[in-house]
Ligand binder design. Structure first.
Ligand code: ZN
Ligand code: MN
Length: 483
C-alpha cells in the first residue's frame, strides 16, 4: 500500500520591533538574563498591557503580502497554562477572531528546471498576534538546575498557520523558505532559526493513497533549523507508516525533535493535553484595524519576490533560474540591480553573482552586505575583463582579493602587474619556448594525439602566470602546430 503524508505548519515569527508587544522593554537579543524586564512582562499583579501599534503594522504587512483578509475587529484572548517561563500563568494570544484569515504562498517544485514548471499554492488558514514566553535554561551537571530568563517574555510573535496543504517534507521546506523570504523582504523578522526568531511546529498525519478521511495526526515540535524540519518530518512520516503497516494505531501526541539524535521523543499525549481555557483578555480592548490604515501600510510594501522575479525576467532577459536565485534575497537582488547601473551586460553580471559572489557567501557564511565589495566595484572588475586588460581567470583571483580587502580592481591589477599580455610577439616567444621544451609531446600531437593541445595551453599560461590572452594563445598555438 502506498501512503501519503498530510502536513500543516504553524510558524512563529518574532517581529522586529524595538520594544515588546505589551510593554516598553527592549527586544534586543543576547542581553544579560532578565535585564530586559518590567512589571508588565513579568506579570506583576495590577499591571496593564498596552498594545504596541508597530506589531500590528508588521503583521498587517505580512497579511497583505500573502493576500489574506484582515478582520476589521479582532480580539485578544488568554491562553492559560502553567510553566515556569510564563510568569503570568497565561499567554496573551488571539483565538476566536484572529487578525486575519486566508491568503497563500506559492512554492516552486521545479528544482531549478524551468521546463518542468510546477507551482503549488499553500493556503494560509490564519495569522494572529501573540506574546512570546521566557526561556528555561536547563543546566545538567552534578547539581543540576533550571534557570529562567524572562527577557523573551512579551517579545511580539506573529503566528502563521497553514492549511494542511503540504504533502512532503520537501514541500514543507520550500514553504518555510518562502515565508522566510517574504519576512525578509518586508524587514519584519530577523529570521534566524538558531536564535529562535523563526520557529516551526508541524501537524503530521498519513493515510493510504486514495483515502478521503484524514489519519490521526501528531504534532512535532522543537525543529530549529530548515534542514531539521525536513529531517524531522521524514522521520515522523516513516514512523507513522511503519506503525500502520504493522497493524498498529497512531496516537494523538506531541513529539519533540532531537536534532542531535535525529529522532523524536514523546512529550505528552493529547488525550491528557492541557485545556487552555481560552477567554477574552479583559485588560485589552478589541483590536480595530481601519481600511485607510491598511491602505497606508499597503503603500509602504516593497516589491515582493515573485513580482521582482517576473520583472527581472522581462527587463534583463536572464534565464528563469538566474532570476530565482537573484531574487532569493532582497539584498542580493539590490546588489544585482545596483551593479547594472555601472555595467550593462545582465547575464555576465548574473553569472558572477551566482558563481563567485555566492561561493564567497557560502564559504564565509555571511550576507552580501558583509562582503567588502560594492556593486560598482564588481562592475569595474568586469569592465577590465571586457576591455581585455585582464583575463577571466585572473579576474577571479582579483575578485577574491577585493572581497577580502575592499580595494578596487584597478589598483590590485596595477600593483600586482596582472595586466593581460596581448602582445602577439611576446606570446609567440613563450609558445616557441614551450614547444621547444616539449618536443616529444609535439611529435605525439602531430601524430594524432590532439588532446595534448590543452597541455600546451596550460604550459603557456603557467609561464605567463595566467596573464596571456587565452584567445591569442589558442590562435598562435594552432598556427605553430600545423603539420
Ligand atoms: Zn516589560
Ligand atoms: Mn502560538
Amino acid at each position: 500500500m502506498i501512503y501519503e503524508a498530510i502536513i500543516g505548519l504553524e510558524v512563529h515569527a518574532q517581529l522586529l520591533t524595538d520594544s515588546k508587544i505589551f510593554c516598553g522593554c527592549s527586544t534586543k537579543y543576547g542581553s544579560p538574563p532578565n535585564a530586559q524586564t518590567c512589571p508588565v512582562c513579568l506579570g506583576m499583579p495590577g499591571v496593564l498591557p498596552v498594545l504596541n501599534k508597530k506589531t500590528v503594522e508588521y503583521a498587517v504587512k505580512m497579511v497583505l503580502a500573502v493576500g489574506g483578509r484582515i478582520n476589521e475587529e479582532s480580539f485578544f484572548a488568554r491562553k492559560n497554562y502553567f510553566y515556569p517561563d510564563l510568569p503570568k500563568g497565561y499567554q496573551i494570544s488571539q483565538y476566536e477572531k484572529p487578525l486575519a484569515y486566508g491568503g497563500f504562498v506559492e512554492i516552486d517544485l521545479s528544482h531549478g528546471k524551468p521546463k518542468v514548471k510546477r507551482n503549488k499554492r499553500i493556503k494560509i488558514e490564519r495569522i494572529h498576534l501573540e506574546e512570546d514566553a521566557g526561556k528555561s535554561i536547563h543546566i545538567e551537571n552534578k547539581d543540576s538546575k533550571t534557570l529562567v530568563d524572562m527577557n523573551r517574555c512579551g517579545v511580539p510573535l506573529m503566528e502563521i498557520v497553514s492549511q494542511p496543504d503540504l504533502s512532503s517534507p520537501e514541500e514543507a521546506y520550500l514553504y518555510l523558505g518562502k515565508l522566510k523570504q517574504l519576512l525578509e523582504y518586508l524587514e519584519i523578522c530577523g529570521c534566524n532559526m538558531e536564535q529562535g526568531n523563526l520557529r516551526c511546529d508541524a501537524n503530521v498525519s498519513v493515510r493510504p493513497e486514495g483515502e478521503k478521511n484524514l489519519g490521526i495526526k501528531t504534532e512535532v515540535k522543537n525543529m530549529n533549523s530548515f534542514k531539521g524540519v525536513e529531517k524531522a518530518l521524514n522521520y515522523e512520516i516513516e514512523r507513522q507508516i511503519d506503525i500502520l503497516k504493522s497493524g498498529g494505531r497512531i496516537k494523538h501526541e506531541t513529539l519533540l525533535w532531537d536534532e542531535e539524535k535525529e529522532k523524536v521523543s514523546f512529550m505528552r499525549t493529547k488525550e491528557v493535553s492541557p485545556d487552555y481555557r481560552y477567554f477574552p483578555e479583559p485588560d485589552l480592548v478589541k483590536l480595530v484595524v481601519k481600511r485607510d490604515w491598511i491602505e497606508k501600510i499597503k503603500r509602504t510594501l516593497p516589491e515582493l519576490p515573485d513580482h521582482k522575479k517576473e520583472r527581472f525576467l522581462k527587463k534583463y532577459k536572464i534565464p528563469e533560474y538566474d532570476a530565482s536565485v537573484l531574487t532569493s534575497s532582497k539584498n542580493l537582488a539590490d546588489f544585482y540591480e545596483e551593479g547594472l547601473k555601472f555595467y550593462s551586460a545582465p547575464k555576465i553580471l548574473s553569472n558572477w553573482i551566482m558563481g563567485e559572489v555566492l561561493r564567497e557567501l557560502r564559504e564565509k557564511r555571511c550576507e552580501i552586505g558583509d562582503l567588502r565589495i560594492k556593486p560598482e566595484d564588481l562592475a569595474g572588475l568586469l569592465m577590465l575583463v571586457d576591455d581585455g586588460i585582464i583575463s577571466g581567470k585572473i579576474a577571479k583571483d582579483v575578485f577574491k582579493e577585493m572581497v577580502d580587502t575592499g580595494r578596487k580592481a584597478k589598483e590590485i591589477v596595477k600593483e600586482k602587474g596582472l595586466v593581460q599580455v596581448t602582445d602577439k610577439g611576446q606570446i609567440e616567444k613563450v609558445v616557441e619556448e614551450v614547444l621547444k621544451k616539449n618536443k616529444e609531446n609535439v611529435n605525439e600531437y602531430l601524430s594524432g594525439k590532439e588532446k595534448l593541445f590543452g597541455f600546451f595551453i596550460g604550459e603557456v599560461m603557467k609561464k605567463t602566470k595566467g596573464k596571456a590572452d587565452p584567445k591569442l594563445v589558442n590562435q598562435i598555438l594552432k598556427e605553430k602546430l600545423k603539420r
